[in-house]
Design a protein around this ligand. Structure first.
Ligand SMILES: Cc1ncc(COP(=O)(O)O)c(C=O)c1O
Length: 427
């Protein structure tokens, strides 16, 4: 079976709505490398969309899953609990931002974590409203879509969405939205659309992922905290994409001097196993009544075993420091390229949550076509890159933080070639 034959079977057997970036199929993967069913090798700068911060098949994660496989694979935690779930919750509670006592509940997907954070916030406040931001991505469930601030392709044709969800512009100085603009819009929202006393939560990504790797400015996050405290609103940080050393800290909220009330996590939490969680102030987390939270697979024991290994690996291999080092090298390289590639409008991102944004030379007009060409050409050269941004004009770099130096250098070389050659093609 080759890639073309399997693609024909895929197209016939699965719906187009499950959009797929690559036209080849995975055979095996190791750390930052992936091979397809025809034996071609790729350097994986997508990491399964920010899931493999600890690389593909880290030996410690494989060993932890194997050991758990030999004990039990599923009891449903809500029927027969197990110690590893409790141990993981204790570890997350200790390491999540903020000094207040905390509790954690586990789920399976990022969207499910978001859904549950909203449920918990509503139960704790007795209020219905939720405020999210333009450019946000919070998942593909109904509430996830309602909160998401990007219409195509996530919301098209899927409404109506849950009510009492409001959006404000996310600060984005590159595109003319300052912190003051965002705060003014929130003020207008409270006057024109919803009484702040009816708002349960404000949810935001410390660094917007799908939206384009825009980081929330420190003064904005501080102002949100004040606004939440003033009106009795809960602050939810969605760390599904930013968590687990990606930004150079265990959680991106560690970059700020204020803490959220609730925080969602998923993706790199369990190194490729499906696991998500909500951590938050213990009093808030205890608001829903027994039975109100959970799910058949929530906190699956294989995934929990993997997550315990992930936390150890992040510490032992100093992945926060490594994220900062690798991110700096990438940003320096892209910054140098900026001089010869006029389409590079911005290079940004904390730690290894790095992105490059492409605009038409000399303007701030997003250049999605150029971005698509860079992605396609890099893939031909064996480097797997992901596009993001409301205008699909941003390439985000999500390499495993465990990537070998030689493989990282090789990827930077490909990127260099592709950007220069694309510049010539576009000139
Ligand atoms: C910030 C954020 N929240 C929620 C989600 C949804 O996670 P999942 O796809 O696991 O449901 C994502 C996924 O990309 C995300 O980046």
């Amino acid at each position: 079976m080759n890639n073309a034959e399997l693609k024909a079977r895929k197209d016939a057997a699965t719906p187009r709505g499950v959009g797929v970036t690559c036209d080849f199929f995975a055979e095996r993967a190791e750390n930052a490398e992936l091979w397809d069913i025809e034996g071609r090798r790729f350097i994986d700068f997508a990491s399964g969309i920010a899931v493999n911060n600890t690389g593909h098949r880290h030996p410690k994660i494989v060993a932890a899953i194997r050991a758990q496989l030999d004990r039990f694979t599923h009891t449903a935690y809500q029927v027969v609990p197990y110690a590893s779930y409790v141990e993981l919750a204790e570890k997350i509670n200790r390491r999540a931002p903020g000094d207040a006592p905390k509790k954690t509940a586990f789920f399976t997907t990022g969207a499910e974590a978001v859904e549950n954070a909203i449920k918990i916030a509503r139960a704790a406040t007795g209020r219905p409203g939720v405020i999210a931001f333009s450019g946000a991505f919070h998942g593909r469930t109904l509430m996830g879509m309602a909160l998401t601030g990007k219409v195509a392709p996530y919301k098209v044709g899927f409404g109506p969405f849950p009510s009492d969800v409001f959006h404000a512009p996310f600060p984005n100085p590159l595109h003319g939205v300052t912190t003051e603009d965002s705060l003014r819009a929130l003020d207008t929202l409270f006057k024109a659309d919803v009484d702040p006393k009816r708002v349960a939560a404000i949810i935001f990504e410390p660094v917007q992922g799908e939206g384009g790797f825009y980081q929330a400015p420190a003064d904005f996050v501080r102002a949100l905290r004040q606004l939440c405290d003033q009106h009795g609103i809960l602050m939810i940080a969605d760390e599904v994409q930013t968590g687990f050393a990606r930004t150079g800290k265990l959680f991106a909220m560690h970059h700020y001097d204020v803490a959220p009330d609730l925080m969602t996590m998923a993706k790199s939490l369990a190194g490729g196993m499906p696991l998500s969680g909500v951590v938050g102030r213990a009093d808030i987390m205890d608001a829903p009544a027994p039975g109100g939270l959970g799910g058949t697979y929530a906190g699956n024991p294989l995934a929990v075993a993997a997550a315990l290994a992930v936390l150890d690996i992040i510490d032992e291999e100093q992945l926060c420091e490594r994220a900062n080092r690798l991110g700096e090298r990438l940003k320096t390289r892209l910054g140098d390229l900026q001089r010869s590639v006029p389409q590079i409008a911005d290079v940004r991102g904390p730690g290894a949550m790095v992105a490059v944004e492409f605009c038409r030379p000399g303007t701030h007009e997003p250049d999605a076509e150029y971005t698509r060409r860079v992605q396609a050409r890099a893939l031909e050269r064996g480097l797997l890159l992901l596009v993001c941004g409301v205008y699909s004009n941003v390439i985000r770099f999500l390499f495993p933080l465990t990537i070998q130096d030689a493989v990282f250098d090789e990827a930077l070389g490909i990127l260099d070639d592709v950007l220069k050659e694309n510049h010539r093609a576009a000139a």
